[in-house]
Design a protein around this ligand. Structure first.
Ligand code: AR6
Length: 231
């Protein structure tokens, strides 16, 4: 398997969020919210071709599990289009479970422009990365690495060389990165979800028993990494 050589002990979240927030304000990004907020895309449902009905169940289940554990912090599921099927399904299912909208919402926008274009301040954003943690490919990964500049690649290499599916690694963003000074993002959490696309490494060949478990593990790893940053 392509990623089976990834045995890095993924660690560390960085503790400079408070300091970083001050620096952002100094650089002119005004009216930033103080509520720690994680913006995350739907993991695995585009390039990795994971079934969106199953993925939406898992998102709602994991958000429900973590909403209270995270205290004041908020979770925001993001997608680029108003026609996003995953956002519609999650909104419907979160509504049925009466998930507190002060702890979880959905948002239509580019995850790299949430503050500058949507006036939504998310101090942490999640990246649907590839196992090598490289700034290649498309989707969220390309958008975040492009928007963050070379600073993210350098900071990522200091934390981990690769990523196993089902896991996450949090990377503090240097204040010189445009994502930091323009959007107020202090950390990027890279995650690697289950892959159902035969053209990508480690395809699970429609094994949804394994795939659902890996997707649950990925959201747990993401929300745990966010909890470590905000605590
Ligand atoms: N802002 C917000 N949401 C987005 C954006 C954006 N800029 N771009 C895409 N989405 P994907 P995956 C939504 O394909 O399925 C990469 O090349 C998109 O509509 O990024 O986990 C990596 O390198 C979808 O709902 O992630 C991996 O190899 C969601 O984000 C592979 O693709 C996830 O889409 C990972 O594939």
């Amino acid at each position: 398997k392509a990623s089976s050589s990834c045995n890095d002990d993924v660690k560390g979240t960085g503790k400079n969020a408070e300091l970083a927030e001050g620096t952002v304000a100094d650089r002119g990004v005004s009216s930033l919210s103080n509520t720690p907020t994680l913006a995350f895309p739907s993991i695995s449902t585009a390039d990795f071709q994971f079934n969106i009905e199953l993925a939406s169940d898992i998102i709602v289940e994991k958000v429900e599990e973590y909403a209270n554990k995270l205290g004041e912090a908020k979770l925001v599921l993001v997608d680029t289009s108003h026609g996003s099927k995953i956002l519609s399904l999650v909104n419907l299912k979160a509504g049925r479970k009466r998930i507190d909208s002060s702890k979880f919402t959905t948002f239509v926008g580019d995850i790299t422009k949430l503050y500058s274009e949507g006036r939504l301040h998310c101090n942490v954003i999640a990246n649907t990365a590839n196992w090598r943690l490289r700034p290649v490919g498309g989707g969220v990964n390309a958008a975040i690495f492009n928007a963050a500049g070379p600073e993210l690649e350098t900071a990522t290499k200091e934390r981990a060389k690769c990523l196993k599916s089902g896991s996450a690694v949090a990377v503090p963003l240097p204040s010189t990165s445009p994502l930091f000074w323009r959007e107020g993002v202090t950390h990027v959490i890279h995650v690697l979800g289950p892959n159902m696309n035969p053209l990508r490494p480690d395809c699970l060949n429609n094994n949804y028993r394994e795939g659902c478990k890996v997707l649950q593990d990925t959201y747990s790893a993401l929300f745990e990494a966010f909890a470590s940053i905000v605590k």
